[in-house]
Design a protein. Structure first.
Length: 318
């Protein structure tokens, strides 16, 4: 009669490790999928309004401040930022009763047709903007790549004044627009010269409020003055978990520079919100759309309402 022996074998160390690695992989995969789903959802959210109050010493203390709506980085996309979302942003901007609307570049993503018909279809809602004085725009790095001339023509067709190293002057306000850095034509000195020429031609005194527009925030380091405020975009506020990714990108940029690569991204210094460099002042908008990946997390789409006043308000940026 055969003798039966009970097996006393136990799982090997390798087997235990394999099971733990499998479980860890499943957990990481689930976390990544959850973050992607949340990021895609946030990218499609209704645009938020970020508000700022700015003291402009040249202005008188009026009951109603001068109201500027800033829109940036639309990055139209068939996946997230569609014309319908731009239309909702336009409606929200109009409800803020702006004196001026300014746009700081990058109007399309790789997820949108790059031709005249696509440009017009995507930007058509901008024709509905109703500021008291006008709508002004500059171009971004993606616009230079996608075709600056065509995008400028479409914006102009929709009633948006495009400033490329140029200035617009009224007795109330001056808007100064610098060309995109990657075009290798950015020239703040030329902007100042054209501003002075237009003042002379119109025979008006310098207005009490001066606003500068540039796409890349590093422009704050390249202009002699930002007037009352420089508005920029480009960084998307970090776009996806900026508290984690921006420091990692900063490390990667530093390593690249140490290895001799000409690399950089302004979010290593300027992410979102207000910055000061000496007497120069800048606000960076996180914008509406996305680039590379159609995801946002921790940085909802936004437009900005900036109220300029000559009043001595304690809460105003100075």
């Amino acid at each position: 009669m055969p003798i039966l022996h009970r097996s006393n074998s136990r799982p090997t160390t390798d087997g235990i490790m394999a099971r733990w690695l499998f479980r860890l992989t499943i957990l990481i995969g689930a976390a990544v999928l959850l973050l992607v789903a949340l990021g895609f959802r946030e990218a499609r959210e209704t645009v938020h309004v970020a508000s700022y109050a700015v003291h402009a010493p040249g202005m008188r203390c009026a009951p109603r401040p001068f109201r500027v709506v800033v829109m940036g980085d639309l990055h139209l996309s068939s996946l997230t930022t569609r014309p319908a979302q731009i239309k909702r942003a336009v409606d929200k901007a109009n409800a803020l009763r702006p004196d001026l609307v300014v746009m700081v570049g990058d109007y399309f993503s790789q997820w949108w047709p790059n031709d005249d018909a696509g440009h017009l279809e995507g930007l058509a809602p901008l024709a509905g903007l109703r500021p008291r004085i006008g709508t002004f725009a500059i171009l971004g790095n993606n616009d230079v790549t996608d075709g600056a001339e065509g995008i400028s023509a479409t914006l102009s067709r929709l009633g948006v004044k495009v400033l490329v190293n140029d200035a617009f002057v009224t007795p109330e306000v001056a808007v100064m627009g610098v060309a995109e850095l990657t075009s290798n034509t950015a020239n703040p000195v030329l902007v100042e010269e054209r501003y002075a020429t237009k003042l002379a031609i119109a025979r008006i005194a310098p207005p009490p409020l001066t606003i500068w527009l540039a796409h890349n925030p590093v422009m704050i380091e390249r202009v002699r003055s930002t007037g009352d405020m420089l508005f920029t975009g480009h960084t998307h506020g970090g776009q996806f978990l900026p508290g984690i990714l921006v420091p990692l990108i900063d490390v990667a940029v530093r390593i690249g520079r140490a290895l001799g690569f000409a690399t950089g991204w302004p979010a290593e210094r300027y992410v979102r919100g207000f910055y000061r460099a000496g007497d120069r002042r800048m606000i960076v908008t996180s914008g509406i759309g996305e680039s590379v990946l159609p995801l946002r997390l921790g940085v909802p789409p936004e437009i900005m309402l900036v109220r300029f006043t000559g009043c001595d308000d304690a809460g105003s940026i100075r």
